[in-house]
Design a protein around this ligand. Structure first.
Ligand code: PRP
Length: 213
C-alpha cells in the first residue's frame, strides 16, 4: 500500500463542520478529533493521516507539501495567497470579512485620513484602506479583535463575522462587507501531479458530499 495521503485540518470550531463531511466521504479518524490531544491521527482504513493544526498554519503545510491536501477558510487564502490549488468550495464555515467600528464613533472616510485598524488580516486591511485613500496603521492581533476599539487601542477592526453576536456584545457596528468566506479544499500542486489517481477520486467524493456533483 502507498504512503497515506496527508490532510491538514484546522483545530477549533470548524472541526465540528468538517467531521460530518469526512464521514460522508468515508474517511473515519481513529480518534475523536474533537477530544484527542494527538496532532497526527490515522484514518481507520489507513488511507489518510490527518494533521490537526492551527487554522492559519494549514496553508503553510499544504504549500510546502508537508500535507497533500487541506481544508482552510477563504479568508486565509486571500490573506496569504499560498501557491496551492483551490479545488472546491466545501460550503461550511460560512462567514464574511467585515470592517466594524464602535457604536457612535464612525470615522469620516476622507482622503488621507489616518486610522488604527486591529486585525489579523494585515495584507487585506492595507489593500482595503489604500483603495479608500486612507492611511491605515495596522495593529496585528491574533484574536479577540473586538476588544481593541472597546479599550481605545484601535478605531476600526477588520475581522470575520458569522452570527454578528461578538460585534453586538462589544458594541461594534458592522460597516463594510469585503468578502463572503467559506472553507475550501486545497491541494499541493506537486501532490496533485504525482498522486492524482488517489487525490482526484477523493475530490469527487467531497464534491458529491457538498452537493456539487
Ligand atoms: C471569530 C472572529 C470573531 C467571531 C465572530 O473568532 O474572530 O471574533 O468569531 O463570530 P460571530 O459573528 O458568530 O460572533 P473565534 O471565536 O474564531 O476566535 P478568535 O478570536 O481566536 O479568532
Amino acid at each position: 500500500m502507498s504512503q497515506p495521503l496527508v490532510i491538514a485540518l484546522a483545530k477549533g470550531r470548524i472541526l465540528e463542520d468538517i467531521l460530518p463531511l469526512l464521514k460522508k466521504v468515508n474517511l473515519i479518524p481513529e480518534d475523536d478529533l474533537l477530544k484527542t490531544r494527538k496532532l497526527m491521527i490515522k484514518s481507520t482504513d489507513g488511507r489518510v493521516n490527518f494533521l490537526l493544526i492551527r487554522n492559519s498554519d494549514v496553508c503553510t503545510y499544504v504549500e510546502r507539501g508537508a500535507a497533500d491536501m487541506g481544508i482552510v477558510g477563504r479568508d486565509l487564502l486571500l490573506e496569504f495567497r499560498p501557491r496551492v490549488f483551490e479545488q472546491l468550495d466545501l460550503k461550511i464555515g460560512k462567514c464574511r470579512l467585515c470592517t466594524a467600528y464602535p457604536k457612535g464613533k464612525s470615522i469620516n472616510k476622507q482622503q488621507g485620513a489616518h486610522i488604527r485598524v486591529a486585525t489579523k488580516y494585515d495584507y487585506l486591511a492595507q489593500q482595503y484602506y489604500r483603495r479608500h485613500g486612507m492611511q491605515a496603521e495596522i495593529i496585528h492581533l491574533y484574536g479577540s479583535m473586538e476588544l481593541a476599539p472597546l479599550i481605545g487601542m484601535a478605531d476600526y477592526i477588520l475581522d470575520v463575522v458569522s452570527t454578528g453576536a461578538t460585534l453586538k456584545a462589544n458594541e461594534l457596528v458592522e460597516e463594510d462587507s469585503l468578502f463572503n468566506i467559506s472553507s475550501r479544499l486545497i491541494i499541493n500542486p506537486a501532490s496533485f501531479a504525482l498522486r492524482r489517481k488517489e487525490i482526484q477520486p477523493l475530490v469527487e467524493f467531497f464534491r458529491e458530499a457538498v452537493g456539487e456533483a
